[in-house]
Design a protein around this ligand. Structure first.
Ligand code: GCU
Length: 221
């Protein structure tokens, strides 16, 4: 048998394999070339990727602002007042009354033989200097308050007394003038400074006549 007859088909098979093996490379090269061509064309073509100015359209120089009437005046700002806090609200006024017959008495007596008093009676000061009525109480709040003393003086003579607040003479020799009768009652007002908490007000007769008859002490806060 001739060897070339056998070699022929083998050579043809080898050539076919080689040719088929080149096809993918050729296809890839073709596709790559096509893609490159398309890319170059796109970059060169303004209609494909450039925007309006490249197509002959002009960009607007300014952005149009809606027209309308200009505000002639801005509204003035109104200050906002904070709501008052509880500490800003003054407490309601109040009056507290302390009867003389319920207080401490030095050289005096609780009596009720002259009408017009409040409570159960009044204090008759002994006719001696230094006799006193003393009230101890808790202040509603510290500070200056008006104290009112209701009294009767059936004599024609003034019966002055000291107003002593927590050991300090607040008012010395405060006059308690005649009221015309022991049944005529009058109020003497005087301002004093109270401390926070407990306070002591002592009302001391300054003459040997002693004090007037005293009905009560009242404090107005
Ligand atoms: C009279 C009066 C008393 C008064 C006394 C006085 O006695 O009846 O109420 O206290 O005089 O001078 O103080």
């Amino acid at each position: 048998m001739d060897e070339t007859e056998y070699d022929g088909p083998r050579h043809r098979r080898v050539g076919l394999v080689r040719r088929v093996g080149c096809l993918p490379l050729l296809a890839a090269a073709l596709v790559s070339t096509l893609l490159m061509v398309i890319t170059v064309k796109m970059l060169e073509s303004p209609t494909l990727w450039r925007s309006a100015p490249a197509q002959g359209l002009a960009w607007p120089d300014t952005i149009p602002v809606p027209t309308g009437p200009e505000p002639t005046e801005w509204p003035t700002e109104q200050p906002i007042e904070p709501p008052p806090t509880p500490t800003d609200v003054p407490p309601p006024p109040q009056t507290l009354k302390y009867e003389a017959e319920d207080a401490s008495v030095w050289r005096g007596a609780v009596e009720s033989n002259h009408t017009g008093y409040t409570g159960s009676g009044f204090v008759n000061y002994e006719n001696t200097s230094g006799s006193f009525v003393q009230w101890t109480f808790d202040a509603v709040r510290p500070g200056r308050v008006t104290v009112r003393l209701r009294y009767a003086n059936g004599t024609p003579a003034n019966r002055p007394m000291d107003i002593v607040v927590n050991g300090q003479v607040g008012s010395a020799g405060l006059p308690f003038e005649a009221t015309g009768a022991w049944t005529n009652w009058r109020v003497r007002a005087v301002d004093v400074d109270l401390s926070a908490g407990a306070n002591i007000i002592r009302v001391v007769a300054k003459t040997s006549d002693g004090g007037p008859n005293v009905d009560y002490l009242e404090i107005r806060y």
